[in-house]
Write a protein that binds this ligand. Structure first.
Ligand code: GRG
Length: 294
């Protein structure tokens, strides 16, 4: 994995430069909304979804240039979901990506609108993907729309809101993680594949890879929530594990959570067999998501 760090940096820079060209400049009227959109998009996200989109395209024999608009689309949709998730009526967070949240800087109204505008922009960008023999612009729009809607991102958020303060069963937590997190990672992969004229077999592999790494990613997030909070607060992990918040470690313990993340990463690796050597970068990315030393 020695050359993964420069690869990630290069893909991040590629995505940032494209986003900078595709999002209206901060002085485009009405300036406030474009400043707010740019505040959140350029706040220092890791660009995991665009990187997965570009890597999926290349595994299918495509190019990062053809996949670029779709990569930017998934980042815009992701940033919209973060802006809305941080609002006082949802998670009420003051900081995101190390900077004050959109509503803290621009107020709740503009933050709602910045999220709305980024979601609309995501659809405008995804249709810039050149059509291929197997996938039309309409297919890409449908893929993004289904993931953004009530069956996935919004549905996962509703289940999360309704589960607040309750100790959920594992299946309910898995539903939230699959829909809030894994669904958009999976769509990022599939849009990359569609830009590269992926075969039905390749699309299925990208789906399986996205769901497995997405769930592993969220389980690791849950684990870090427990271990890092415990370190930060100087209290024992056992205290957090006993808290009412539903997380994988709280429900099945830290060791079983780590085992499950490893098992899912193996599922992701297995799904890549169809790509042969071309799947190498995706194998490295699955291991990187599991290691989370970034
Ligand atoms: C539709 C309002 C609405 C919400 C949808 C996706 C979602 C539900 C909310 C986002 C909030 C959240 C904490 C989701 C879990 C997924 C996750 C770990 C997001 C953070 O992703 P990273 O680590 O973040 O890739 P960066 O900042 O690097 O992009």
């Amino acid at each position: 994995m020695s050359d993964l760090k420069p690869y990630l940096a290069e893909r991040c820079a590629f995505t940032d430069s494209l986003l900078d060209q595709l999002i209206p400049s901060a002085d485009t009227a009405p300036a406030t909304i474009h400043k707010a959109m740019r505040h959140s998009v350029f706040a220092g996200g890791k660009r995991l979804r665009p990187i997965l989109c570009l890597a999926a395209a290349e595994a299918c024999g495509g190019t990062k240039e053809a996949a670029g608009p779709a990569a930017c689309a998934v980042e815009c949709l992701h940033t919209y979901s973060l802006i809305h998730d941080d609002l006082p009526s949802m998670d009420n967070d003051d900081f995101r990506r190390g900077v004050p949240t959109c509503h803290k800087v621009f107020g709740d109204g503009i933050a709602v609108l910045a999220g709305d505008a980024l979601q609309a922009l995501a659809f405008e960008l995804v249709v810039k993907t050149p059509a291929t023999a197997r996938h039309t612009a309409g297919d890409l729009v449908r893929e993004l729309a289904v993931t953004a809607g009530s069956l996935h991102l919004v549905g996962g958020q509703v289940a999360d809101l309704e589960g607040e303060g309750k100790k959920l069963p594992l299946e309910a937590l898995r539903f939230i993680h699959e829909n809030k997190t894994a669904a958009l990672l999976t769509t990022s992969m599939k849009l990359g594949g569609m830009s590269a004229n992926a075969t039905p077999e390749q699309m299925q592999a990208l789906h399986d890879f996205g769901m497995a790494t997405g769930l592993a990613f969220q389980i690791i997030d849950d684990i870090l929530d427990v271990t890092q909070t415990s370190e930060k607060l100087g209290k024992s992990a056992g205290k957090d594990l006993a808290s009412e918040k539903s997380t994988y470690p709280a429900l099945i313990g830290l060791d079983a959570s780590r085992d499950e993340a490893h098992r899912l990463t193996q599922v992701a690796h297995d799904s890549l067999k169809v790509f042969g050597e071309n799947g190498q970068r995706l194998r490295e990315l699955a291991d990187y998501l599991l290691s989370r030393d970034y």
